[in-house]
Write a protein that binds this ligand. Structure first.
Ligand code: DC
Length: 224
């Protein structure tokens, strides 16, 4: 099986670029952030503080997560039969996802699911620890970055389009806080794998970023 790992901080464009790449190569796209969001959402909807490690751990055995793809290749996430794909996109769930992602038991459960999917199909998988921890043998590893201001601007536009009410400053503060949270946790923190290619998309249009990514990936996958 072939896997492409795309890691990087929130709002660097991972999901847009990973989807583009998956479509080009006809691989399936796996958004691992959605899995952490689904656990965060489950905790919030059960009145459990996402920072409460013991409380979240108690909920874990009952979380039955399913990842499917619709006809257009868009990933859907469901927990215990409830499709939560849209519900998990709020700023409140973003922070809850970041909090539950620090809990080793949560990571172990989700990493197992991620590895199982990659064993069965060719994947483009995006997240924070794909190249360093989940799939260290990935055929291609990309570390996507962009300045916090640019990432906040992009995320703000996305949220506005989805009808979520927020401000640019709120989104920027949220991104800075999540960057810190995600990079400083003890277990599988966000960091560039030694053999990853870094792609900084600050100032690049979507087309330029897609072209740069495709060039890197096609060079690496050339012989496969
Ligand atoms: O990519 P995202 O914003 O949807 O991710 C939500 C949170 O999940 C993010 O704050 C960090 C965490 N996450 C993680 O720890 N490891 C991953 N592989 C993916 C996401």
């Amino acid at each position: 099986m072939i896997s492409v790992a795309i890691d990087g901080p929130s709002g660097a464009g991972k999901s847009t670029l990973a989807k583009y790449l998956a479509e080009k190569y006809r691989f399936i796209y796996i958004d691992t952030g959605a899995m952490y969001r689904a656990v965060g959402w489950w905790a919030l909807s059960h009145g459990t503080d996402p920072k409460d490690e013991e409380g979240v751990k108690r909920l874990l055995p009952e979380i039955e997560m399913n990842i499917t793809h619709d006809g257009a290749g868009v990933q859907r996430v469901s927990v215990c039969g409830t499709d939560v794909s849209e519900k998990i996109r709020t700023p409140e769930v973003s922070m809850a996802a970041s909090d539950v992602s620090k809990i080793p038991a949560v990571r172990l459960k989700l990493v197992e699911l991620q590895r199982e999917i990659a064993r069965q199909q060719n994947v483009v998988m995006d997240g924070r620890d794909i190249g360093t921890y989940v799939l260290p043998e990935s055929n291609v590893k990309i570390f996507l970055t962009a300045s916090p201001q640019e990432r906040a601007q992009r995320r703000y536009q996305e949220l506005l389009e989805k009808g979520v009410s927020t401000t640019y400053d709120e989104v920027l503060q949220d991104i800075i806080k999540r960057d810190k949270n995600d990079s400083s946790r003890a277990f599988a923190p966000l960091k560039k794998a030694e053999d990853a290619v870094e792609l900084d998309t600050t100032g690049l249009s979507l087309q330029q970023a897609c072209a740069a990514l495709l060039e890197t990936v096609s060079q690496k996958l050339g012989g496969e």
